[in-house]
Ligand binder design. Structure first.
Ligand SMILES: O=C(O)CCC(=O)C(=O)O
Length: 298
């Protein structure tokens, strides 16, 4: 669906001005949109799952560990596809208020794509360099968006999500290096050219949502503070956006309709999209990739 068509439908939960802001700027911050009941359930689920990482010594398809992860001091970068690992996460991602919020931005037929929980552990949680998402998982249109949920308060020192305002209307960048290796981020030269005055960081109290469009340039600084920054990320699209490459974080819920109906017709945006490598089920996480730990990407 086109932005004008979505905006013409009465919103379920967002204010019209918030929807207009999203389409104009490519992002939205909804402070304290999620209540304490949800937060408590999600936090308890995370704590339960983190316990199982104590015996791990290397990253796998589920857990991305920081290099100095230890039994008595876990340091995690990412839990991939949390929705596949505990029903609480999927209840949250496919329930209210989440699906109403997303429907107000992609239209009444909403499809799920993938999820991840980025921890950004205290005292060193790693940087995510400026990048755009859609080159990782191209779709026939640019409706896909990512909703981030701050499970705890996140201030400026904890590496909140940052975005380049309005960049969803600009170009899609080449996320391969000169040797043809996928880097998953803008080159240093391209990053240096970005308009720094358009960089907006999105700290927020627990239960706040960050929403960014799949074309929006975004990233985050390292977390050098004493408190972690678990950010639960869920990706959705309009049902008429059809992926045409392998899902790098494949989920059993990939393509699940969480509101409305499946699309009978694909909607095509004429703007071209850079193709990712053939993931072949090999992707682990953007942290491993950007830190140069992931081999065989081309
Ligand atoms: O966790 C973050 O700060 C950003 C994550 C992100 O951009 C991604 O995983 O694509």
């Amino acid at each position: 669906m086109k932005a004008e068509e979505i905006l013409a439908i009465k919103p379920l939960i967002l204010k019209q001005a918030q929807r207009e802001f999203y389409f104009e700027n490519g992002y939205l911050l909804l402070e304290k949109a999620i209540n304490d009941e949800w937060l408590e359930k999600l936090r308890a689920t995370v704590d339960e799952l983190v316990e199982e990482t104590r015996d791990l010594t290397k990253s796998d398809k589920k857990w991305d560990l920081e290099p100095d992860h230890k039994r008595d001091a876990p340091r995690l970068r990412r839990l991939s596809s949390p929705n596949d690992h505990h029903p609480m996460f999927w209840n949250y991602a496919s329930g209210l208020p989440m699906v109403d919020i997303v429907a107000d931005l992609v239209g009444p037929n909403v499809k799920f794509h993938h999820s991840k929980l980025n921890f950004k552990w205290a005292k060193g949680g790693e940087e995510v360099k400026w990048h755009q998402d859609i080159q990782f998982w191209p779709h026939t249109n640019y409706s896909p968006l990512t909703v981030g949920t701050y499970l705890y308060d996140c201030d400026d020192t904890q590496g909140p999500l940052g975005i380049i305002e309005g960049s969803h209307k600009g170009e899609l960048y080449n996320q391969y290096d000169k040797a043809g290796k996928w880097t998953g981020c803008l080159s240093d030269a391209d990053s240096a050219e970005l308009d720094a005055s358009k960089a907006v960081y999105l700290p927020g109290p627990a239960g706040s949502l960050t929403i960014h469009n799949c074309r929006t340039i975004h990233g985050s600084k390292p977390n050098l503070s004493n408190a972690g920054r678990p950010l639960l990320l869920n990706v959705y699209s309009s049902a008429d956006a059809i992926p045409y490459t392998h899902n790098p974080l494949y989920s059993k819920y990939d393509q699940a309709i969480v509101m409305g109906d499946r699309a009978l017709w694909a909607d095509h945006d004429p703007r071209p999209c850079l193709m990712p490598p053939d993931w072949g089920g090999n992707y682990s996480s953007i942290f491993a990739l950007q830190q140069g730990e992931q081999a065989g990407m081309m």
